[in-house]
Design a binder for this molecule. Structure first.
Ligand code: ADP
Length: 254
């Protein structure tokens, strides 16, 4: 597998009028094409900062390369973001919400519109295409938000705590759906979360960060029988050992 993203010796310091805050220190890792990496760490350890560096909103010291070249501001066009809030627009139908990025980027080609329809169909939203966001459940809305991102065919997806606003049961179902969709569409993704179970059930590797300034405590490869969904992985006999291992790493932070 070729690498899509490479971070080398990344440091980041926020400068404010009150002084400096070192958010990240000496971060290095590589992400292969098609891989799903989960990043866990305590609140304030620099997880969101790391995503902002990867999409070029902040510039660190050290180097970031994306698809074989040094990261440039236009690379953001090849990345998709999924956040806690779905930011669907209530005055638009689900179909036209999903087409929003295509519209903004002047990419409303028949091929792209057909792709948007196919994604709505495949992931159970075709019957809701003409509805408004408020007529959908929280889980369906998150699926629509993901499809809005996928229609732009991003090379890399950045998921910043996308399920943390949902209640526990919905969260399990939605993370299962989103994890399954991303596998089926062969997407490369980075998920930032403070939920260890979510990280283990969705990631191919889990990166554990320390307290601020965030440094990499460990990178743990996760391997289950191929084809298991995130929910099935939670019930697999290996799940508990991964959980205990990562819990131990996580608590070295304390
Ligand atoms: P996390 O996502 O892990 O909760 P963040 O990346 O949001 O952490 O923040 C890392 C650290 O950097 C925190 O201590 C936070 O207070 C600080 N920080 C974040 N944004 C800013 C900013 N704009 N100015 C100054 N400090 C910031």
């Amino acid at each position: 597998m070729c690498s899509i993203l490479e971070l080398s010796n990344i440091d980041y310091i926020y400068h404010t009028k009150d002084g400096e805050t070192k958010a990240l220190s000496n971060i290095s890792f590589t992400l292969s094409n098609g891989e799903f990496v989960a990043i866990v760490g305590p609140s304030g350890c620099g997880k969101s900062t790391l995503l902002s560096l990867i999409c070029g909103l902040l510039v660190p010291s050290g180097s970031i390369s994306f698809m074989g070249h040094p990261l440039q501001s236009k690379d953001i066009l090849n990345m998709g973001y999924m956040l806690q809030k779905d930011h669907l627009l209530e005055w638009r139908t689900i179909a036209s919400n999903v087409q929003l990025g295509l519209e903004i980027q002047h990419k409303m080609t028949p091929e792209n519109l057909a792709y948007a329809s196919r994604l709505l169909e495949t992931y159970g939203l075709a019957d809701f295409a003409a509805k408004r966001p408020s007529e959908l459940s929280g889980g369906m809305r998150q699926r629509a938000a993901l499809i809005r991102t996928l229609v732009l065919r991003p090379e890399l997806l950045l998921l910043d705590e996308p399920f943390s606003a949902l209640d526990y049961q919905t969260r399990l179902n939605v993370s299962n759906d989103i994890g399954t969709i991303l596998r089926q569409e062969h997407k490369t993704a980075i998920l930032v979360t403070h939920d260890l179970s979510e990280a283990i059930s969705m990631g191919d590797r889990v990166i554990v960060l320390s307290h601020r300034p965030g440094t990499i405590r460990s990178i743990i490869p996760i391997s289950f029988d191929p084809g298991l969904t995130p929910l099935e992985k939670r019930n697999d006999s290996h799940f508990k050992s991964y959980f205990n291992l990562i819990w131990k790493e996580f608590n070295q932070n304390e």
